[in-house]
Design a protein around this ligand. Structure first.
Ligand code: GCU
Length: 453
């Protein structure tokens, strides 16, 4: 009896979290509580009794502060990029595409980001509303897109994915390129507004304006409409729907992969529209959304350009480099939901050195498609994201681009802030602003024009 009551309370709670959470402290407490339940459930499934090692603090004044000192960076060995699991050298595009790439995809899926389910319910996108607007002097049509996910397998949960699409009105009738931004719409009550200012830089014209001036479109994908950004939400959203409300098994997708899948369904829809050139769709995002953008680029080869902002640990920065955020932070109850359950092993019974993959390999999975790794200034953004770790991962990814006769960054020396390393298909720039891609948009666009002109 007692058990039944608690299951039904749990169920009601989880359905509640499927809707937009109000930012009240009691909601936060409940989210933390259900997150803890899911986290411990996963550890039980993995049969891990050991406590997770705590990650370091981002506050340099704390006793357990993360390392922010280059001199304290340890020696580490990265997993091989150009040797297969059986020790065969990867000397050609065929070796890479037929042997090594599939091995890496499997390892990233199994141990880090999780695999897509074999069957995902059908998604149907519709234009819920549209309006004419003017952005930076350019006439634009903005459409509020909503995708309904078929929930016949589990009607208790429903998932509707939202996006805001902006299409400049141009003479171009062959379809325009679109940049998909992982982000959020301020739309808990169905009202579409400008995205919140968190990731928007005051330093440059807004990205919408800059894209519109190129005749390019933008789509802001509301990631939390796909999958909530906390462990409590793992039994709802698209992950919960596919699992029919049950907890995940250890190899299943985490939120980053689910968000990336959401972008892929948007691209499926773009393929059906004649006003969009689905062969020229890029992904962009900052921070956790930068991680999601990189995951989308790595796994879905239809995305042709990437703009990966301040993605840090779990994104473009090398996890083995002990600087700023560490694997133990990612595998904590605050962030483990971004990953597959198996990832928890590496912060408890194993260590980062046992992880079969690292960020240079994730970047290499984007090859031959061009990808731009962006960071903010260490002084303003802070060093948690480890700009140098992202630079080094990009350097290490170059050998795969070179197999395609494409170019990496052209240097192995960490550049001065503001230097645009944009001559190759791997690009890097640390701008002078904060935790945003904002001040890098014009540099990104100038680089992207090489491919989209
Ligand atoms: C935290 C987290 C980062 C993440 C960031 C964000 O700082 O540790 O990994 O990128 O939040 O998304 O804002």
């Amino acid at each position: 009896m007692h058990r039944l009551v608690s299951i039904s309370i749990l169920f009601t709670g989880l359905v509640f979290f499927n809707s937009y959470a109000q930012n009240t402290s009691s909601t936060r407490d409940s989210i933390n509580q259900y997150t803890q339940i899911d986290f411990l459930e996963m550890k039980k499934t993995l049969e891990i009794q050991q406590e997770n090692r705590p990650g370091p603090s981002g506050n340099p004044n704390d006793a357990n502060a993360a390392n922010f000192d280059e001199n304290q960076v340890r020696d580490y060995t990265l997993p091989q990029l150009t040797t297969t699991q059986s020790g065969m050298p990867v000397n050609s595009v065929a070796d890479w595409e037929n042997r090594k790439r599939p091995q890496l995809i499997a390892a990233f899926e199994q141990e880090m980001y999780g695999a897509l389910p074999d069957e995902i319910p059908a998604v149907s996108w519709t234009i819920k509303s549209e309006k004419d607007t003017v952005i930076g002097g350019m006439p634009i049509i903005e459409q509020h897109l909503v995708a309904t996910v078929d929930n016949t397998i589990y009607p208790e949960l429903s998932v509707s994915i939202e996006a805001l699409l902006g299409i400049p009105k141009t003479e171009n009738d062959s379809g325009i390129p679109v940049v998909v931004q992982f982000g959020f719409l301020n739309s808990p009550f169905g009202k579409i507004e400008e995205p919140r200012s968190y990731f928007i830089s005051p330093y440059e014209p807004r990205f919408k304006e800059q894209l519109a001036h190129q005749g390019w479109g933008y789509a802001i994908l509301d990631v939390s409409s796909i999958q909530a950004d906390h462990g409590a939400g793992l039994t709802s959203g698209i992950i919960g729907l596919v699992n029919q409300g049950k907890h995940r098994s250890p190899g299943q997708w985490g939120a980053l992969r689910a968000w990336a899948w959401g972008a892929s369904t948007l691209l499926d829809y773009f393929e059906t529209r004649t006003d969009i050139d689905a062969g020229r769709v890029a992904v962009e995002g900052t921070s956790r959304y930068g991680k999601a953008a990189l995951v989308a680029m790595a796994f879905d080869t239809r995305f042709t350009l990437g703009f990966i902002g301040s993605s840090g640990a779990g994104g473009a920065s090398l996890l083995r480099r002990n600087f700023g955020e560490m694997l133990e932070n990612l595998a904590s109850p605050a962030e483990y939901h971004w990953f597959a359950g198996n990832f928890l092993k590496y912060a408890s019974i194993q260590t980062v050195d046992d992880l079969p993959v690292d960020a240079h390999q994730l970047i290499a999975l984007c090859a031959p498609r061009p990808v731009f790794i962006s960071a903010g200034s260490a002084k303003i953004e802070g060093q948690w994201v480890d700009a140098k770790g992202m630079f080094e991962a990009t350097v290490e990814a170059a050998p795969v681009y070179e197999l395609y006769n494409l170019q990496g960054l052209g240097t192995t020396n960490f550049p001065f802030m503001g230097t645009a390393l944009t001559s190759g298909e791997l690009a890097f720039r640390q701008h002078g602003g904060g935790h945003s891609t904002g001040p890098n948009w014009s540099t990104w666009i100038a680089w992207a024009r090489k491919y989209w002109d």
